[in-house]
Write a protein that binds this ligand. Sequence first.
Ligand code: FUC
Length: 347
Amino acid sequence: MQAKTTPLSIDGHNWKEYTLTNNNGLSVSFLDFGGIITSLITPDKNGKFENIVIGFDDYKDYLNNENYFGALIGRVSGRIANSTFTLNGETFQLPANEGAHHLHGGPVGLHSVIWQVELIETATSSGAVLYHTSLDGEAGYPGTVRYKVSYTLTNEDEFIIDYEAFSNKDTILSLTNHSYFNLSGDLKETVLNHEVKMNASQFVELDEELIPTGRLLPVTDTVFDFTNGRKIADGVHSDDPQNKLAGDGYDHFFLFDHNQTDNVIVTEEKSGRVLRVKTNQPAMVMYTANSVDDSLKLKEGQSAKYLGVCLETQSTPASLKYPNFPSITLRANEKYHHTTTFSFSAQ
Ligand code: FUC
């Protein structure tokens, strides 16, 4: 097990990059800026180590990271419709950063703050704890919130992201990570041939502005049915209006049935890589990089539409309007706890 720290000077900003490496040679690198995961190196079926996440070539591009590559997302992941919500009878107005809506914590979300990082090594894992505090009223939200996010790479080839938070007032909170996975290795091809298996029998309908309508749709007989495994290409080539409005792909909130060991299994045949996701969260937004264009310079070359898939385990801000959805309310002094484990193998 090994942890390494590299000081960086990016456009006058002093950042640090940390690399955790396990005994099998897998490694994950991330920044204190936004907790951004810059690379994740795992072996394919032939033992070839390659990067399986999207990351910028020039780190100063993370200062304008419109796609949220690799970043921690909060205070609330997803869209808060019309940038407003009511809690305990009080209405809060948040800054809008996508049309009228508030996306991924707003203009200065957790993706763009400097986290305090402490490296922690044990006999079986290499890890780091990232700390940050958001002040009461900051970014429009009530409550001073203290976060503790742990990144742990184990010798069982698991990468665990564990989020804890406490607020001194009732507030809303829903954290996630916005890594774009691509199991082909070094971004050799898009994720269209990735197969996703997921125990979700319902997903949330979106309107044209990607705001949940409040309707839960059954996946049965649609390209949203991943219960027996399905290629991402199915949703890209689909005529389903839900795929069309998302930019020809998936950008949807899937509710887990929580009836299997893994919530999600992603497989890429050529490399043999398999990614298993297990979470205590009620759901996941699966986003297939429908808005990523070819203008960005990545570590391995130019970006492209569908070059990665985000597996954003979380709850949903739609619950602010529709009480039948999993809540994002965090009561004063109660613990917020989200844990998601990504397990890597090759076959
Ligand atoms: C995802 C999507 C959004 C957005 C963003 C970059 O979470 O839900 O539509 O494009 O990430």
